[in-house]
Design a protein around this ligand. Structure first.
Ligand code: ATP
Ligand code: FE
Length: 371
């Protein structure tokens, strides 16, 4: 099997070709980070236009880099949700055109499932069931993956995701958002004292596996204002005299943001082991999982509990086409795919998009256990 994966759910246009033995034949990502940093976030219409501009090129590049043409493909996998519908549509339309023209089956992919399952591409020993922490710009999920397509949601965020908190903090601290706020904040935090600002850990009194980052964001905002950091002055400016102050806030924010993850993971491991005693792994994936501090802190929690951490390499944690192609392979093998769309209907306006799409069932007993 050789599958093309297409991803356009948010701000990256990505395509990759992966073989069923796990060999990555090519991967291409075109990022809009630069554009977004100028406008302060993802504006759906602008993101859509950026996808439209590059999608053909990105897919062609993926084919060229793999030395293949469309006729060599077995199927096309494409993210159909969750995400911005204007953006999802660009990828789905491209996938349908290729599938229609070359008579290929099409596999609709859940973006967060793809973040989790790519771990099985990089670690062949990773069997179901396993626990997964998915941390990104729009999601904070703790998932017990029983089997392919069979997931139990142990926790989610009640407001913002951790990636959103990293991005806002980075922006408020005047960091260079060109490569994304998360990496810039991680770098600055290395210079700071994580104990200098006393932020409180979110949801300490809630004995469940849910997350909250809105309150921490507010605490950061207040800390910045009370320290008179001139956030309009970029940290790279020659007259930036409060670099140490900013680094302290960055380090203190990161410490508490990750302590919240550690605490929730510790509890989730207990829950997961009581439901599925055979789990051996915690997968950590999604953009924030590319952060080295996050990885090392979670590795500690996981190891203390006798489990093993599986974390994809950074370029497979952030949005990419490989995870979509690989998840396509997993589903295709189980016979889960759609027949090729008739070539003349490939452009039809109505096709299956799922902008809001929960991953699996909510763990109902979580609420009573939390009491
Ligand atoms: P979702 O997966 O929820 O739909 P997304 O697809 O936009 O969101 P991803 O590409 O999966 O997001 O992750 C992007 C997020 O990861 C951003 O918030 C970014 O700041 C964060 N991120 C990336 N690298 C790092 C890092 N080194 N440290 C912290 N956060 C990071
Ligand atoms: Fe993502």
């Amino acid at each position: 099997l050789v599958i093309l994966g297409i991803e356009t759910s948010c701000d990256d246009t990505a395509a990759a070709i992966v073989r069923s033995d796990g060999e990555i034949l090519s991967q291409v990502v075109s990022s809009q980070a630069d554009l977004l940093s100028r406008y302060g976030g993802v504006a759906p219409k602008m993101a859509e236009e950026a996808h439209v501009q590059v999608i053909d090129q990105v897919v062609q590049q993926a084919l060229d880099n793999a030395n293949l043409t469309e006729v060599d493909l077995s199927a096309v996998a494409v993210t159909i949700g969750p995400g911005l519908s204007l953006c999802l549509r660009v990828g789905v339309q491209k996938a349908r055109r290729i599938a229609g023209k070359f008579n290929l089956p099409i596999i609709g992919i859940h973006h967060m499932e793809a973040h989790a399952l790519v771990a099985r591409l990089i670690d062949k020993e990773l069997q179901f069931p396993f626990l997964a922490l998915l941390i990104s710009g729009g999601h904070n999920l703790l998932i017990l993956a029983h089997d392919l397509g069979h997931y139990l949601q142990l926790g989610t965020t009640i407001d913002d995701a951790i990636g959103e908190a990293y991005d806002k903090t980075a922006r408020w601290l005047g960091l260079d958002m060109g490569k994304g706020g998360g990496p810039a904040l991680e770098e600055l935090a290395r210079e700071g004292d994580p104990d200098s600002v006393k932020f409180s850990i979110p949801m300490k009194q809630h004995k469940d596996c849910n997350f909250s980052y809105a309150g921490l964001k507010t605490q950061v905002r207040i800390a910045i204002e009370s320290r008179n950091v001139n956030t309009y002055n970029p940290i790279s400016a020659a007259d930036c005299q409060d670099r140490k102050s900013r680094a302290d806030i960055a380090a203190s924010f990161q410490r508490v943001a990750v302590l919240h993850l550690e605490e929730r993971c510790q509890r989730a491991i207990g829950w997961a082991l009581s439901i599925a005693p055979s789990i051996k792994h915690l997968v950590v994936s999604g953009g924030v999982a590319s952060n080295l501090y996050v990885r090392s802190r979670l590795d500690h929690v996981v190891t203390m509990n006798g489990l093993r951490l599986v974390c994809p390499p950074p370029n497979l944690c952030t949005d990419n086409g490989v995870m979509v192609a690989w998840t396509g392979i997993e589903h295709f093998r189980m016979g889960r795919f759609d027949p090729p769309p008739p070539a003349d209907e490939a452009d039809d306006f109505v096709f299956d998009l799922r902008p809001r799409w929960p991953l699996g069932e909510e763990y109902a007993e979580g609420r009573s256990e939390a009491r």
